[in-house]
Design a protein around this ligand. Structure first.
Ligand SMILES: [Zn+2]
Length: 209
């Protein structure tokens, strides 16, 4: 299966809405002010990051109000531009869900999170004519694996339905935490395109599966 196809299919087109829309009131407000507040939040929370210049790449693809995360307390592979609110949510998810869940279920901290990346200019499902994926706005991130301090490597692909119950519970705990922190959280139960990663985004439509 082509990796590009898997990566291209990161927006839901079926399944249950998870909750009422929770787009915050400040979504109507000045984007510059939102970004400024988000930078302040990251700094206060001890996150090291680089603010990126606003970019438009053609085809509707943009990276506006984006940052490059440099240090969130846990190394993460493959992250590129992320809108600041997505980056803030991701750093909090790592700190407040991934690490505590690993201690509870696995008895070891997470030494590294592996991602398939964040920004990527592509339409939903890679099909021309489909609307732009949130990845094309630097507003989505795909997480594929967790490497533990004790050396174990837990991949969404192998472990979601694997034999180790504690590992399965860990993965569900961090997926469910993603549902609470992001607008969209998708994993292997959503569709075949997500059998090997969790997709999180801050697009307009809430969805959790
Ligand atoms: Zn995705």
């Amino acid at each position: 299966m082509a990796g590009t196809l898997l990566l291209a299919a990161c927006i839901p087109n079926s399944g249950r809405p998870s909750k009422a829309p929770k787009r915050p009131p400040q979504a109507q407000a000045d984007p510059g002010r939102i970004t400024h507040q988000c930078h302040a939040d990251l700094t206060r929370e001890g996150v090291k990051f680089k603010a990126l210049p606003d970019r438009s790449f053609g085809g509707g693809c943009t990276a506006l109000g984006a940052v490059q995360l440099l240090e969130i307390g846990t190394p993460v592979t493959n992250l590129g531009a992320m809108t600041c609110p997505l980056a803030r949510g991701f750093a909090r998810w790592t700190r407040e869900a991934v690490q505590p869940s690993a201690r509870v279920w696995l008895g070891s901290p997470v030494a590294r999170i592996e991602s398939f990346g964040s920004y990527s200019c592509r339409p939903v499902n890679g099909q021309s004519g489909n609307k732009l994926s949130e990845h094309g706005r630097a507003n989505a991130v795909d997480v594929s694996a967790f490497v533990l301090a004790d050396g174990r490597r837990i991949t969404v692909l192998d472990a979601w339905s694997g034999r180790d119950e504690k590992v399965r519970k860990f993965l569900r705990a961090v997926h469910d935490a993603g549902c609470r922190r992001f607008q969209v959280a998708m994993g292997p139960d959503s569709n075949g395109f997500h059998r090997n990663h969790f997709h999180f985004d801050l697009g307009p439509w809430p969805y959790c599966r």
